[in-house]
Design a protein around this ligand. Sequence first.
Ligand code: SAM
Length: 227
Amino acid sequence: MTPFHFVRDYERLVDQLVRNYPIDEAMSMAVGGRFESIGAIERDVLNYLGLKDGMSLMDLGCGSGRLASALSKRYKLDYTGADIVQALLDYAKTKSDPAYAFLLHRDLSIPLPDGSQDFFTAFSVFTHLLHNESYIYLEEAKRILKPNGLAVFSFLEFAAPTHWATFTHTTTATRMRSCPHLNTFIERSAIAVWAEHLDFTVVEFIDPDKAPWGGIPLGQSIAVLRT
Ligand SMILES: C[S@@+](CC[C@H](N)C(=O)[O-])C[C@H]1O[C@@H](n2cnc3c(N)ncnc32)[C@H](O)[C@@H]1O
């Protein structure tokens, strides 16, 4: 079977980075850079949304452990990270609490039991998928979350002036056939429709330049859905 576009693209990207940069730099660049600071902001987001010691969290597209490494410094969690590139998972393991689990998973599903998780996170992941793929992962998120569990994901949107540069860079790269992976925008109206169909409640959308957790904004918009 032909591999999914995201497996092909991210394997190629990570290979290229590992061949050309020192490992820490390559592993940070593979997930978008600013390993420490973005990881800390993602952790602040979850802290603001009520993450507590002892909770379970599924981190889809955990990459090289930007979030897992930040969480390890503050929390004792039942954490599972899944990604499609083994080299990223191997690095994430070295940066995180030894009790955290990391799984290679290359399918449109989430390898966890029904009703088992307090949180589902996907930071900067749906930004690289087709809408239908993101919808399928949200369907899975709904399945694995406990009642009142939270699905938290970041996204790019046309309404955010700061996201326009990503669109124009992607346009240029597309023209030159040099785009390393998809960069997908999702509008809030689409997320609201998806939530309705999946029986999620939209708790809030967080603007890319706002930080209700009282720190630094993430830069991407954030959607928070409750089961
Ligand atoms: C921009 S990085 C973000 C990584 C991490 N969430 C963070 O914020 O540091 C996107 C990650 O998603 C992973 N990825 C892409 N498509 C995926 C999929 N369908 N399932 C799981 N992981 C995926 C990539 O391998 C990469 O590690």
